[in-house]
Design a protein around this ligand. Sequence first.
Ligand SMILES: [Zn+2]
Length: 528
Amino acid sequence: MNVSIKGLALASAMTFGLAAQPSPVTPPMHARAAHRLVIQNAMVIYGSGKPPFGPVDIVVQDGLIAYIGPHDGMPSQSMAIPTTPRSSDTVIDATGKYVMPGIVNAHMHWHEERQSGMPQPIQYERNLYLASGVTTAREVGGDFDKSKRWQAESNAHTIIAPRILVYPFVSKGRTGAPAEIRAWIRDIKQRGADGLKIIGVDRDQLEAIMDEAHKLEMRTAAHIAVEETTAKDYAELGVGSIEHFYGVADAALNGIQNFPPDTSYSNEIHRFGRAGELYAQADPAKLHKIIDLMVEKHVAWDPTFSIYEASRDLVRAQTLPWFRDYLHPSMEEYFKGSLDNHGSYFLGWTSSQEAKWKQQYRIWMDAVREFASKGGLVTTGDDAGYIYSLYGFGISRELELHEEAGFQPLEVIEHATWNGAKLLGMEDRIGKVREGFVADLLVVNGNPLENLKLLNPYGADVMLINGRQGSNYSPLGPGDKVQGSRGGGIEWTIKDGIPYHVPTLMREVKEMVSRARTQRVHTTAGQP
Ligand SMILES: [Zn+2]
C-alpha cells in the first residue's frame, strides 16, 4: 500500500475536522539571542522526576538559567535578581503554560535526501526537531565531517538547529584487523568524535573496539542486531548504551534464535519480520538475568520504541494526519514498500506479522520497565526518517510509548531530559531546569503530565467546557456545553537561551514541503 497525499488529506479531515489554520505571526524575538530573557508565571517540570512547582518567574542571562522563583523574589544563595522586565529584556508570558527542560534525542540521523535523487533540505529536519522540543541531538552514524561542521555552527548559533553530538559508525568494525580498528578509533577521536556507534560485530572485534574506547574514555552506543554477539557480550565489555530492542532477548534464548531454514537476513522482510519473534522466544528467567547484568554494568537502554511501530500497526503508520502538510516528498517516496530502501519492508505485511510484533512490544516494554525499576538508565530516541517515522513527531510518539510501557508521564519526561543528559555525560549543565544550567527550555501550551500528546507539534485533541479547556473527566452539569477542539503544542523551544517560536518553525516546514511538492509535479509532468 502506498501513501497518497489525497488519501491522507481525506483521512485527517475525517478524523479531526480541522479547519484551515491561520498562518502564525512570527514574534520579533524568534531566533534572537537576548542578554536577558524573562519567562513569567510558569509552572516548572524540573526533569529529574520531582513534582512540578510554580507559578514562578525564570530569568535567563547570557544563555544560562540565572533565577527560578517568585516574581521579584530573592534566590536562596545568590544576590537578588529582579524579574520585572527591563526595556531591553525579552519576555515570554507563560501564564497557563508549563516549562520543562529541552529534550535529548539520543538516537537520530541527519538526512539531506531520503529517496535517492530527491534532495531534502537539512533545515526541514532541524525545524522539525526543534519544534518537537529537541534541543540536543545525538547523531549515531552519519556524514562525520558535515555533522562536525553543523555541530560547530549550532554551538555558534549561526544555524537554527539543536545542539549536536556526533557518534560515527566504527569504520571497518566488521572487516578490519584489530590494529586497524584501533588506529581508526584513535584518529576519529582526534578529529572530534564525541563517541562511537557500534553495529553488528563479532566478539573479538567488539573486544578491540571497547578496549580502545575505554582507553580513550569515549562513550559508545550499540545497535547489536541479530548476531554472534548479544547484550551479554556488550554488557560484559562495558558498552555505554544498547539501542533498539536488539540483543537483549537474544541473550535470553535457550540456544539460538528459532528462525525457519529459508531465512535470509539480507532480505529486510525476513529481517524485520523474524526479529519481531525474538522476545517471545526468550526464556523469562534468563531475561531477568540479562537485565540484571545490564543494570550491574551500568549499560543504558535507548529502546526507540517508536521506530518499529509500523510493524505492529501498519495502517496507523501510513495514515498519520501530519503527513498531509509536513511529509516531504523525498520521504514520502522513500517510505513506499521497496527492498531498495532501508526500513521500507512493507510488502504484503500480514496480520500474523503484526500480531507477533504486538506480542514483542508487550514483552519488550515489560523488560524496559523492569530494567528501569532495577536502576537502569532509560533514554528516548526516535531514529526517524525510516519506517513512516517523521523527524520530531517520532520523539513525541516515543514519549507516549514510554507511558504505554508503564512509566508515569513525569518519569517519561525524566527519560527524555535528565536521563538523556546523563547518557551524554552532560548532567552538569543540561537536562534539568536548575539555576546555573544551560537554558534549554520548552514552554508548553498546557500540562504535558496530563497528556504527553501536548508535546506533539501537530497539537492534540482537547475538550472545551463552556469554551474553556478542561479535563474530559470533569464533572458536567446539565447546562454545560462541551466541544472538541485542538490545543497543546510547544509554543517556544529555547536552546542556549535563544527562543525559537514553534508555530513559525512549523509554518516554514509546511512551506518547504509545499514547494518540494510543486517542484515534483513540474519535474514529473510529461512522464508516462
Ligand atoms: Zn539509527
